[in-house]
Design a protein around this ligand. Structure first.
Ligand code: NAD
Length: 371
């Protein structure tokens, strides 16, 4: 198959959808890999490293027009809509429930659009979202420790403490992938860590893998209220699948918290878990409300494109290889997890939650993609 990789044109996006290591696997399997010149630069992959493994360098026009499967990181922007065609497979993050305009543009193109974020295994895990949650969780603790410094507006506290001085207290709300990774780094930085979680099974698992080094406490509105008062860093990491994040921290509670405490709301991409959360960017990551620093960057992994690109492509490559080897219809028939990734195909919406979000009809995948 002819597999194309284009440069991301979205502002502040430095990731690329395929590493040279991934390109090499595809070339070895007999595929023709086209990479737009400069596509890997933001992630520190030079053009020469793609050429060295047998990929061909090309212009954006050549990649879009000459590929059967185009790999991207972010959704196509309006400037890219005219590039989509009905014999193209597009594999990327789409987040279509958030944009009717994009959904309609993809449907109008007739292209087969497979979304990373809805690839879902039988156990309900999201293998192409997980690596970004791991990175965001790890970054959250780094950001929390950093913004505690006085010149940055924080309390003026060293998270690790020193001999004779207590460490700072880190409260992680939500012990899923983000929460676990935040806790691991917060522990490594020397913090005193508590995780609030709603699932007892998940807490048992965390207790086992963290060897009792964190306090695991059942989450309730009363517990959240009590715990936030005492924390120096609070990390919002809750998720209720398919729903907006619950507003666990109210404006009133901020007044009771320690002045200069740092609140990292990782769940901001689902609306955030405090009443006072609003999305920020890497160029202006924080703002202060009632003395509490809010860090609410909606695309945290974008800050570390070298790590994010490698982590993302580690996870996507097996699916890319399956599509390239078998074609989409057979790859989807072989793997129900990949089938769940198909959002739009042949002008129809095939993912129920996207159709529902926009009040549009949903078509069974099997009706538009017969094997
Ligand atoms: N800002 C970013 O750049 C970025 C990057 C990756 C992920 N995220 C977001 O981070 C959030 C967490 O993602 P995840 O992958 O860890 O999800 P996850 O499903 O692995 O974990 C969520 C956890 O929250 C728990 N939970 C739900 N309600 C709770 C409550 N009231 N109190 C305590 N715990 C509660 C669940 O039991 C679950 O264990 C999501 O909103 C995700 O979209 C943001």
């Amino acid at each position: 198959m002819r597999v194309g990789v284009v440069t991301e044109i979205k502002a502040d996006e430095y990731r690329v959808a395929l590493t040279p290591a991934g390109a090499r696997e595809l070339v070895r399997e007999g595929h023709d890999v086209l990479v737009e010149r400069g596509a890997g630069e933001g992630s520190a992959f030079a053009d020469a490293s793609y050429e060295a493994v047998g990929a061909r360098l090309a212009t954006a026009d050549e990649v879009w027009a000459g590929s059967e499967l185009v790999l991207k990181v972010k959704e196509p922007l309006p400037a890219e809509y005219p590039r989509l065609r009905n014999d193209l497979i597009l594999f990327t993050y789409l987040h279509l429930a958030a944009s009717k305009e994009l959904t309609e543009a993809l449907a109008a193109s007739g292209a087969a659009c497979v979304a990373y974020e809805t690839v879902e295994t039988a156990g309900g895990s999201l293998p192409l979202l997980a690596p970004m949650s791991e990175i965001a969780g790890r970054l959250a603790s780094q950001a929390g420790a950093y913004f505690l410094e006085k010149p940055l507006g924080g309390r003026g506290l060293l998270l690790a403490g020193v001999a004779g001085v207590s460490p700072g207290k880190v409260l992680v709300i939500g012990g899923g992938i983000v929460g676990y990774n935040a806790a691991v780094i917060a522990l490594g930085l020397g913090g005193n860590v508590t995780i609030l979680e709603r699932s007892i099974d998940r807490m048992r698992h965390l207790d086992e893998i963290l060897h009792g080094r964190v306090s695991l406490v059942m989450s309730s509105t009363l517990q959240v209220e009590e715990s936030v008062r005492d924390a120096d860093v609070i990390i919002g990491a809750v998720l209720i699948p398919g729903a907006k994040a619950p507003k666990l921290i109210t404006r009133e509670m901020l007044g009771e918290m320690k002045a200069g405490a740092v609140f990292c709301d990782v769940a901001i991409d689902q609306g955030g878990c405090a009443e006072t959360s609003r999305p920020t960017t890497h160029s202006e990551p924080v703002y202060t409300v009632d003395g509490i620093i809010h860090y609410c960057v909606a695309n945290m992994p974008g800050a570390v494109p070298i790590t994010s690109t490698k982590a993302l492509t580690n996870a996507t490559l097996p699916y890319v290889e399956a599509i390239a080897e078998h074609g989409l219809a057979e790859a989807v028939a072989r793997d129900p997890a990949l089938a769940r990734g198909v959002n739009v195909l042949g002008g129809k919406i095939t993912y129920a939650a996207v159709a529902e979000a926009h009040g549009l009809p949903c078509t069974e995948l099997a009706d538009v993609l017969p094997v």
